[in-house]
Design a protein around this ligand. Sequence first.
Ligand code: SF4
Length: 371
Amino acid sequence: MNIPTILRKAIEGERLTPEEALELLQHGDLTELGNAAHVVRLRMNHPHRVTYVIERNINYSNVCAADCDFCGFYVKPHDKGRAYTLTRDELDAKIEELTRVGGRQILMQGGLHPSLRLEWYEDLLRYIKQRHGVHIHAFSPPEIHWFAKLSKISYVEVLRRLHEAGLDSLPGGGAEILVDRVRQRITRNKALTDEWIGVMRAVAECGMRGTATMMFGHIETLEERVEHLQRLRSLQDECGVFTAFIAWTYQKSPNLPLQCPTTDAYDYLRTVAVARLFLDNIPHFQASWVTQGAKIGQISLFFGCDDMGSTMIEENVVSAAGTTYKLNAAEIERLIRDAGFEPQRRNFYYDLTDEPRRTNLLVNANVPGGN
Ligand code: SF4
């Protein structure tokens, strides 16, 4: 099947095969992919609106027993000089800073800590919930897999206990590429593909939702990118756990062990567009301005993304590899407006949490605005 026929099929709402997605990744033209993805995005989401959330990233600890070649954030447990675990006072200060700017949600993650037990995490969640009452979007499938391994209990049991203690939803971090050949080359001591998928299945079983992610542009092949998307789509068919998909590119840095040819904004936009066409069952796509910068983040609103993610306030993981893009709510809103959309705050579930901010609204704009 040729490219225009595949694109027409996706625009008309027919499901693409993995072979067709691969054909698009290999030979699709940037603007044609973008146009098709944008048509699909306008059909799947409110056509005039782009959402974002006021959220704070909190890394409760940087100690990790895994060994990922792309990670500049973690330290080994014996690295006493650099290892930290946040105190309650530090945690309070961070959450209070968030609530002062109107935020009601935290994204909290750490490494795979070798000595903290499940009870410690339960106490942490209870403390945050009782004291601050925020939505807790926390941990990741590799962390849940690790907790289950240390406690010798099932994923469902871990997640039920954490949910009861205050966990609201699970970020889809640590997916990288969900193909074991790739995972075994760039990570050690970390959940493999079926385990990542198994945790997300358990999240749905416990009545929670999560997000889907992809970190690409390192050692994976295009076929493996499609395999990753296929795993996400199949799981979503099975249990509908994902609210959103977020893709970003590997951020290479001289201090990281993973030294390989990386990729660029052109590939980022093409891949996001193909993912939008292929993942017909995941409702929302977040732009990754944290790795791509504000302008490419804004342009991705015309390549399938309908959401600008979160304000973060603090980011320690990507910035540990040298990437330091930061935006506050006013800047995010300006980028959205300049692109011709209406900015709207949301919560984790994509419920709107504020009135639309109607400045400079250009209805049905279909080209990125300059600023
Ligand atoms: S990416 Fe996560 S699991 Fe891997 S080393 Fe870093 S903190 Fe640990």
